[in-house]
Design a protein around this ligand. Structure first.
Ligand code: NDP
Ligand code: 8X3
Length: 266
């Protein structure tokens, strides 16, 4: 049986975007293990429901799932209106939904992918935040946690627009903290390096071989590693605001200094 390690997360309500896979699903499991109630959103409802059912059974918590696209402002607003009406405004908002498309020089870039990244990683995060934050301000409590990236610290070739979106997330973490001074609301970001998820399959538009190679020859972070950091950030005492937490795999020291071992090398 899992013993919760952060009693102050028990019975807290946590909303997580992009909870159908990868880091978002792991964050849902981490909070569920602490006895938090969950509001999960993503486009793939079947995956959300499957996760939700497992977590309800395993931890006896409340889990509500919502099919939604963070790029659609009216869907975001309708979701939050429903939450408000049902008394389920979250204590913690985790803006995790995000993606990358392609790894191309800017002059060969695909504008459809640029739109997807900007609309999801920046505008989707803003829509969710704008819808939820007024309730947190009224209560004078709450925590917004963004999943940023080391791509928001250091640009790399072909990363251009993805980098720009994560630099934007970093600016928003900083700006929101300034705007909320004098309130008890905390704004944090957790910024991982390479994490093995569906991320590279999405980036390379289903090219599984290319996606697999991204994680070969070293030990990448797992979704659970990142979720544990998010749990720690959320569980910090109310007077402690972990504004940015950068987490790399030990084999990676920045976005392009990565030690890959030969097969058989220790
Ligand atoms: P995955 O592709 O495994 O998961 C992405 C999640 O986001 C899915 O649940 C997906 O759900 C959801 N999502 C994507 N677009 C939308 C949308 N428009 N509306 C709602 N949900 C959406 O990737 P990761 O778990 O790796 O990525 C999660 C976050 O972590 C992203 O913000 C990413 O930028 C960031 N990150 C990832 C790193 C990595 O190396 N993997 C490193 C640093 C940061 P669905 O398709 O069902 O909608
Ligand atoms: C995801 C990690 O290095 O592919 O943000 O940008 S990276």
């Amino acid at each position: 049986m899992h013993v919760p390690v952060s009693p102050n997360l028990s019975r807290r309500r946590v909303l997580i975007t992009g909870a159908s896979a990868g880091i978002g699903a792991a964050i849902a499991r981490a909070f569920a293990a602490e006895g938090s109630h969950l509001e999960l959103g993503a486009r793939r409802m079947a995956k959300l429901e499957e996760l939700g059912e497992r977590l309800r059974q395993e931890y006896g918590i409340e889990v509500n799932c919502r099919r939604m696209d963070v790029r659609d402002r009216s869907q975001v607003e309708a979701w939050v209106e429903d939450l408000a009406q049902e008394g389920r405004i979250p204590d913690i908002l985790v803006n995790n939904a995000g993606l990358s498309r392609d790894l191309l020089p800017i002059h060969e870039g695909r504008p459809d992918g640029w739109d997807e990244m900007i609309d999801t990683n920046v505008k989707g995060l803003l829509y969710m935040t704008r819808a939820i934050l007024p309730y947190m301000v009224t209560r004078d409590s709450g925590h917004v946690i963004h999943i940023g990236s080391t791509a928001g610290d250091t640009v790399y070739p072909g990363g251009n627009v993805y980098n720009a979106t994560k630099f934007a997330v970093k600016a928003l973490t900083e700006g929101m903290n300034l705007d909320l001074v004098g309130t008890r609301i905390r704004v944090s970001s957790v910024d991982p390096g390479l994490v093995e998820t569906e991320f590279s399959q999405v980036r390379f538009r289903g090219d599984e071989e290319r996606a697999r190679k991204v994680y070969q020859g070293y030990t990448p972070l797992s979704s659970e590693d990142v979720a544990e950091v998010v749990r720690y950030v959320a569980a910090a005492p109310p007077h402690v605001n972990l504004v940015r937490t950068v987490v790399y795999p030990t084999d990676q020291r920045n976005p392009y200094v990565l030690h890959r071992r030969e097969e058989g090398e220790e």
